[in-house]
Design a protein around this ligand. Sequence first.
Ligand code: C2O
Ligand code: CU
Ligand code: CU
Length: 438
Amino acid sequence: AIPAVLAGEEIVQREADLAILPGLTTRAWTYNGSFPGPTVVTRSGRAATVMHRNQLPEPVVVHLHGGHTPAGSDGYPIDQIMPLPPAAVHHDMATMAGDTTVGARTYRYPMQQRAATLWYHDHRMGFTGPAVYRGLAGFHLVRDDEEDALPLPRGERELPLMITDRAFEEDGSFRYPLGDADYMNGVLGDVILVNGRPWPVHEVDPARYRLRLLNASNARRYRLQFDPQPPGGDAFVQIGSDGGLLTRPMGHDTLELAPAERFDVVVDFARWKPGTKIRLIDRDGGDVMRFDVTGPKTDDPSRVPPVLSTSAEPLPPPKRSRTFRFGQGRDGTWRINDLTYQPGRALARPRLGEVEHWRFVTDFHHPIHLHLNHFQVVSRNANEIGEYDRGWKDTVDLRASEAVEIAVRFTDYTGTFMLHCHNLEHEDMAMMADFVVE
Ligand code: C2O
Ligand code: CU
Ligand code: CU
């Protein structure tokens, strides 16, 4: 199980030697010595702080992905926590110099948002890919009364699952091909880790489980499926997406997760015969993890109600529409509207409180992410939305030659926020833009 921390506690970013592969250690960059980092649990409507202390050799930036967070705590890519000089590490000497902090920083999260599976990760300009790859990622769960009132699986039967892929050197260290040809399109690994462990086996009762699936990989997309499938199909009953509960549950045989997307699903392991070893596989049959159904039939008080939430009313018509083109320059850099990222240059200045439609177009594939507000997908290729587009989203999978239109209302906070590709190497290679809410 992943360790947990409560809001108000401190997270120390430091190097640690992890046992990921049998017989080897992997030097990782961690939050509190673990990968994934500790799960932060907060309550909707209750302001929270998280203090981060940087004991790594390089600057860091912390972003709460999916957080409805004011600009000052959002983790702007040049808003760094500088490392302390080694001699000072044991002293409490956090000092502020403009926006940059030395040693430690307190991030303030108002948590004026509904229950959802969020995550936090590094966001340093130009170096997000390698920092996350080395281990700087963790869950942040927001809970609220609406969700607590539902009879969903909980406790031992609620599992946050962070899926990542990594490549390793023979000595067990992470292999990150900075700058070479494998880097440009996004770094892929050949070992799938779930919660930091390769191809784990989890024993489950023949009962319903809630799986909070997060694709925290730098660039890999997954198409998940169970083998064997349960009789009757629809193994995954989706109850939520990036921004919390759907209005109604929806069954899927397969789930497609682009980087940074979350799918909250209920799986009823009583649908397989006890003793079945169920593989969770990726599209090409590659193993992700295994669930072994053990034990006799037990009491299962959980259920998936036909109505989950009432908060997915469509947004009113937009005040304004904009188009963002995600492409590659002749020099190989990844661009938005033919511009490489430059801090302080805004590609859009939406007004506080207004609804806008943003159209994303491309000829490659890019998972597109917006900070500050969750959005609704309104069309894909001028048609109905796709099977995986439902609910409140903060990341949408834009595939080759596609156009996706989203509706978003900019609420509560003015200031500078980010729009970017969540293929982390594309992001580091400048496929990112500021937008300023005015
Ligand atoms: Cu998960 Cu701006 O990122
Ligand atoms: Cu984000
Ligand atoms: Cu991209």
